[in-house]
Design a protein around this ligand. Structure first.
Ligand code: FAD
Ligand code: NAP
Length: 547
C-alpha cells in the first residue's frame, strides 16, 4: 500500500498506521520500515514538517538551539546538515524536514491531505480499523498517534468573528504565500510565545499594531545570530557525547545548570549570575539556580530580575507595568524567548491593550470592541494558542471494543501509562503523549526516545509471538498518581497555563506533562521494557482471537 496522492481509496491490512508526519511520524516511518513492518502514514497537511509546516507566521523559529533541535538518529544526517543560525527560523526547519523526507525516501508511504477521523479497535482480530476523511479504510495491527501536542489551533469563541470584513489569521495556520501587512492597521490577540515572536516583525511592517494582552509573559532575549563555524564544528565533533548527555538531563537540552540554590548566594552574586544568563540568552536562564521551579522565594528572585529588565527596556512606565507579569511564578507558563519583544512597545506605531481589565466583547465588521473601546483594523491575528496535548487526539474518534471512547475516558483529564498508552486501548501508542516529559523538553529528544521505545516494543512483541500490548489499569493509576505528585512538588500548578489545560474553557485542570525529567523518565521506560514490559499485558494470538 504505497499510494501517496492517489485518489484511489486505500483499503486492506497493514502492520502499522501512523497518524501525523511531523518529526515524530517521519522518524517512526523510517524506523518501522527498517523493522520490516508495512507502514502507512496519514497526514492532514500537504507535506511533512508538522508544527513547521503550519506555523509560518512572521518571526517563527525554535527556541532550542538548532544544533540540539535536530534528529540524532543518523550520524550522517547530523554531520551533513548545516544550520545557518543559532536558533533556526521556521523556513529552515521546514527545509530540514523536507530534506529528511527526501534523504530517507519517506513521502512514498505518506498519504498527505488526509485526516484520520476514527480509529476503532477490534479485539477479536487485535486490529485497529482506521477511517480517513477521504474514505480510506485501513486495518492495522498497531496505530501510533504522532498527532502533535501543539497541532490543534484554538480560536476563542468571540461573538461576531464571521462579520469581520478583513482577513483573520491564526499563527498556527499561517497562509503559505505569506502576508503583507505594509500600511495596514493590525490587531494581534495574545502574548504567548507565538505572539512574542510575531509582534516585533509585524510592528516593523504594519502602519499600526495594537496588541491585546490578557496575561503578560516572562521573556528572555534569544540573542540569535548566524551560526559561528567553530560552534558548529564543536557540536559536530562531539555529537555522540553531547547527545548522550542531553538524554540524561532534565529537559533534553545540554547547558550548564548551576547546582546552587538562589537563596544560598548574596544579592550581588545572584544579580551577577542572572545578568550573565540574560546576556547569554534563551531557556538556560531558568537554570541559573537549581530551585527556581520548586521554591517560591528563589523563583521570586528570578521573576523580579526579569521584571526589572522590562522596566528598564520599556520607556513608558504605564506600558511597562502592563507588560510586567506578577500573577504567577516565572517558568510556570512556558518561558518565552524573544528578539526585541519588549523594546517593540517603545515604537510609536505599537499600542498595548490590557484585556484582563477591558475584555474583548466582540469582533465587529471593522475590527473589535473591548468593554471600553471600539478598534478599527485591516487585519486580525489570533496568536491564541492550541488545545494542547489532548486536542488532536480527542478530535479523532478513538474507540475500543467495549465502545469506550478515549475522549470520554479522559473527560476528567488524560490518563496514560508512561504517556505511551492508555489502559483499555491496546496496540495504540502515543508519541510524546500526556504523562510523558514531552512539551517540558527539547521535543526532538523526547520524540526520538518515544519512537525508539515503541519500535523496540514492536520488535519484542514479534519475537515473543504476541499480537499486541495493553497497559494495565493499575499501572496507569499508579503512573497518573506519580505524575500528579511530582507536578505538585513544583510551582507549575500555580499558573493558569496550557500545561494545566487552563487556556481552554471547560478543559479539566490537570498538569498534563511529566515533570520528573527526561533522564529519569528514560530510565523508567528502559526498566519497564527490560522487566518484561512491567505494567503491560501482552496479547497472545489465541487469547486475542478468543476474546
Ligand atoms: P507535530 O509537528 O505537531 O505534527 C503532528 C502532525 O499530525 C501535524 O502535521 C498534523 O497535521 C498531523 N495530524 C494531527 N491530527 C491528525 C489527524 N487526525 N489526521 C491526520 N494528520 C493529523 N519544541 C521544541 O522542543 N523546541 C522549540 O523551539 C519548539 N518551538 C515550537 C514553536 C511553535 C510555533 C510550536 C507550535 C511548537 C514548537 N515546539 C517546539 C513544539 C513542536 O510541536 C515539537 O518540537 C515538534 O515539532 C512536534 O513534532 P510532532 O511530529 O510530534 O508533532
Ligand atoms: P499560548 O502560549 O497558549 O498563548 C496564547 C495567548 O493567547 C496567551 O497570551 C493567551 O492569554 C491569549 N489568549 C487565549 N485566549 C484568549 C482570549 N479569549 N482572550 C484574550 N487572549 C487570549 O500559545 P502560543 O503562543 O501559540 O504558544 C504555544 C506553545 O507553542 C508555547 O508555549 C511553546 O511551547 C510553543 N511555541 C514555541 C515557540 C518558540 O519560541 N520556539 C514559539 C511559539 C510557540 P492567557 O495567557 O491569558 O491565556
Amino acid at each position: 500500500m504505497t499510494e501517496r496522492d492517489s485518489k484511489r481509496l486505500l483499503t486492506g491490512e497493514i502492520d502499522v498506521v501512523v497518524v501525523g508526519a511531523g518529526f515524530s511520524g517521519m522518524y517512526l516511518l523510517h524506523r518501522l520500515r527498517a523493522l520490516g513492518l508495512s507502514t502507512m502514514v496519514f497526514e492532514a497537511a500537504g507535506d511533512v514538517g508538522g508544527t513547521w509546516y503550519w506555523n509560518r507566521y512572521p518571526g517563527a523559529r525554535c527556541d532550542v538551539e538548532s544544533m540540539q533541535y535536530s534528529y540524532s538518529f543518523s550520524p550522517e544526517l547530523q554531520q551533513e546538515w548545516r544550520w545557518q543560525e543559532i536558533y533556526a527560523p521556521q523556513p529552515e526547519i521546514l527545509r530540514y524536514a523536507q530534506h529528511v523526507a527526501e534523504r530517507f525516501d519517506l513521502r512514498r508511504d505518506i498519504r498527505f491531505e488526509t485526516r484520520v477521523e476514527s480509529a476503532r479497535f477490534d479485539r477479536a482480530r487485535a486490529r485497529w480499523e482506521i477511517v480517513t476523511d477521504r474514505g480510506d479504510r485501513v486495518s492495522a495491527r498497531y496505530c501510533v498517534m504522532a498527532t502533535g501536542c501543539l497541532s490543534a489551533a484554538r480560536m476563542p469563541e468571540f461573538p461576531g468573528v464571521e462579520t469581520f470584513r478583513g482577513p483573520i489569521y491564526h499563527t498556527g495556520h499561517w497562509p503559505h504565500e505569506g502576508v503583507d501587512f505594509s500600511g495596514q492597521r493590525v490587531g494581534v490577540i495574545g502574548t504567548g510565545s507565538s505572539a512574542i515572536q510575531a509582534i516585533p516583525v509585524i510592528a516593523e511592517e504594519a502602519a499600526q499594531l495594537t496588541v491585546f494582552q490578557r496575561t503578560p509573559n516572562y521573556s528572555i532575549p534569544a540573542h540569535n545570530r548566524p551560526m559561528p563555524p567553530e560552534y558548529e564544528a564543536m557540536w559536530k565533533r562531539r555529537y555522540p557525547a553531547l547527545r548522550a548527555r542531553a538524554w540524561e538531563t532534565r529537559n533534553g537540552i545540554v547547558y550548564d545548570l548551576n547546582d546552587q540554590s538562589a537563596l544560598d548566594v548574596d544579592d550581588e552574586t545572584r544579580r551577577k549570575i542572572y545578568e550573565q544568563r540574560w546576556a547569554a540568552g534563551g531557556i538556560p536562564f531558568m537554570a541559573a539556580f537549581n530551585d527556581l521551579i520548586i521554591n517560591p522565594a528563589a523563583n521570586e528572585t528570578a521573576a523580579e530580575f526579569v521584571r526589572q529588565k522590562i522596566r528598564e527596556i520599556v520607556h513608558d512606565p504605564e506600558t511597562a507595568a502592563k507588560l510586567t507579569p506578577t500573577s504567577y511564578p516565572i517558568g510556570t507558563k512556558r518561558i518565552c524567548v524573544d528578539t526585541n519583544y519588549f523594546a517593540t512597545f517603545n515604537r510609536r506605531n505599537v499600542t498595548l491593550v490590557d484585556v484582563r481589565k477591558t475584555p474583548i466583547e466582540a469582533i465587529t465588521e471593522t475590527g473589535l470592541r473591548t468593554s471600553a473601546t471600539p478598534y478599527a483594523f485591516d487585519a486580525l491575528v489570533f496568536a491564541t494558542g492550541f488545545d494542547a496535548m489532548t486536542g488532536a487526539l480527542n478530535a479523532i474518534t478513538i474507540e475500543n471494543d467495549a465502545g469506550e471512547r478515549l475522549a470520554d475516558k479522559w473527560a476528567a483529564g488524560p490518563r496514560t501509562y508512561l504517556g505511551l498508552m492508555a489502559a483499555g486501548f491496546p496496540n495504540l501508542f502515543m508519541i510524546t503523549g500526556p504523562g510523558s516529559p514531552s512539551v517540558l523538553s527539547n521535543m526532538m529528544v523526547s520524540i526520538e526516545q518515544h519512537v525508539d521505545w515503541v519500535v523496540r516494543c514492536l520488535k519484542d512483541l514479534r519475537a515473543r509471538g504476541a499480537v499486541g500490548i495493553e497497559a494495565s489499569v493499575q499501572a496507569e493509576d499508579a503512573w497518573v498518581a506519580h505524575v500528579n505528585e511530582v507536578a505538585h512538588r513544583t510551582l507549575y500548578p500555580q499558573a493558569n497555563s496550557w500545561y494545566m489545560g487552563a487556556n481552554v474553557p471547560g478543559k479539566p485542570r490537570v498538569f498534563m506533562p511529566y515533570i520528573g525529567g527526561v533522564g529519569a523518565y528514560r530510565e523508567i521506560c528502559e526498566k519497564v521494557a527490560a522487566n518484561n514490559y512491567e505494567g503491560f499485558r501482552l496479547l497472545a494470538p489465541v487469547a486475542a482471537a478468543a476474546e
